[in-house]
Design a protein around this ligand. Structure first.
Ligand SMILES: [Fe+2]
Length: 445
């Protein structure tokens, strides 16, 4: 894979950057089509597979509408093509549950619309100057934002696929077994001291990752690996869901009201634990990181294990900080772009790799799989960093600050490498389980 512009924006000429953007636009679109019109009939695209999710055809047209808004109108100054679509595809006007009632474009119309937007974007890219004095255009930021947005919706569409019932349409297996690490210790020590959290220099980093700032942390221990299905099953079988003392008050309320007794998509056949994955049923693999757990479940497990969830700052320090050189890494292994032997990212598999994979992807602390496989819940509530400034619009992240959302870090197998780095922040309601979420635990020294 070509180096990502965020890793070395200065090393690309404007023409190289434009070519890179054009290539990445095409790669992202191929992915979107492969999750929608490329694999599903119209009925499946228009259906709402869960009240938690949009109809897939909404995501598809929304991606094109966002691209039109930011790349054609804001960046290139071109007039709106279909102004009547703006309201329908505005995520803030219509919650997901109500989207099927909107006058949505039919799949064919949606495909035509986003295709036309894309052709105009490529024309505009040819002549547009990526003027470094315009914050939106310098280093191609707005293109990076739109590319990340499409990949984020692709991951959301994968969560919709996970909730969908019917014939399987996504690949069942993968060709590449992940490289295996020799695990010598269940936890790693992160030494005390200040580190740099966030970034002020990563060209395509989003507003909530900025600005870089010093955070001083006491020493702590963090799990070498994400918590596995086998470890989580032990919590389930030990009666963890029935012991109120293990749950926060809000977590216990969720547990009682939801009636849940295991992660989403788990079920028992006799004595065997099974899972449903993209419309297929299979035995639960012991060695994969647990996924589809909510924040409350992760928090209760950690208490049962005599531990706690890491804070967001602890997670980022463990994943990115080299205490010997006092430098920060864009990925746990360094600044080089992810490859298949470093992490499980980019939908190359349709599941997490075994806990204990990717020795070459270790962080300086020795922690493994800090990026890829599963998003990791942290104990931190989503808010802005000191000196935060919303850019280019408040609804990207600021409107979600201080509203009970918990931060998740590290990306999942479904996250594209272009939409991830160790500073990247995701957030969700503490009850959400359809996302590809797991966790690891920590403790004080
Ligand atoms: Fe969106």
């Amino acid at each position: 894979m070509t180096p990502l512009p965020g890793t070395a924006p200065a090393s690309m000429t404007e023409d190289q950057l434009k070519q890179y953007v054009a290539d990445e636009l095409e790669r992202g679109r191929d992915r979107s089509i492969g999750l929608t019109t490329g694999v599903l009939e119209d009925g499946d695209l228009l259906a709402q597979h869960s009240k938690l999710m949009s109809p897939l055809v909404w995501d598809l047209a929304h991606v094109g509408n966002y691209e039109e808004l930011w790349l054609l109108r804001e960046a290139a100054g071109i007039e709106a093509m279909r102004p009547e679509l703006d309201d329908i595809y505005d995520a803030f006007e219509h919650p997901r549950a109500t989207r099927p009632t909107l006058p949505l474009l039919e799949p064919q119309e949606a495909g035509d619309y986003i295709g036309l937007v894309r052709r105009k974007v490529l024309d505009a890219l040819d002549t547009l100057r990526l003027d470094p004095t315009r914050e939106l255009l310098g280093s191609g930021f707005v293109f990076g934002m739109v590319l990340q947005h499409e990949h984020q919706h692709d991951e959301t569409m994968l969560a919709t696929h996970q909730l969908r019932r019917g014939n399987p349409v996504l690949p069942a297996t993968d060709a590449l077994p992940a490289p295996t690490a020799l695990i010598t210790s269940a936890e790693v020590l992160v030494p005390a001291g200040p580190f740099t959290m966030g970034t002020s220099t990563d060209a395509w980093a989003l507003d909530n990752e900025r600005p870089a700032h010093q955070v001083d942390l006491p020493a702590f221990w963090i799990d070498t690996l994400p918590v596995s299905n086998a470890a989580y099953r032990a919590f389930v079988e030990a009666g963890g869901y029935d012991d109120e003392r293990l749950w926060s008050p809000a977590g216990w309320r969720w547990r009682c009201e939801s009636g849940k007794r295991s992660p989403a998509f788990w079920f028992r056949e006799g004595n065997t634990w099974m899972r449903r994955r993209f419309a297929r049923v299979e035995a639960l693999p012991d060695d994969e990181p647990v996924q589809h757990v909510c924040f409350f479940e992760a928090d209760a497990y950690a208490r049962w294990a005599g531990r706690r969830l890491p804070t967001e700052a602890e997670w980022e320090k463990a994943a990115s900080w080299d205490p010997d050189t006092r430098t920060k890494r864009r990925f746990p292994w360094g600044d080089e772009a992810p490859t298949d032997d470093l992490a499980n990212l980019g939908q190359t598999r349709y599941h997490p790799a075994a806990a204990g994979s990717f020795p070459a992807g270790a962080a300086p602390t020795g922690a493994l799989q800090m990026v890829g496989d599963v998003w990791e819940w942290t104990s931190t509530e989503f808010t802005g960093y000191p000196g935060f400034r919303s850019f280019p619009y408040k609804e990207y992240s600021e409107v979600f600050f201080d509203d009970g959302y918990r931060v998740l870090r590290g990306g999942s197998w479904a996250t594209d490498p272009l939409a991830l780095r160790t500073t990247f922040r995701n957030w969700d309601h503490p009850i959400r389980r359809q996302i590809f979420s797991g966790f690891r635990t920590a403790r004080d020294v």
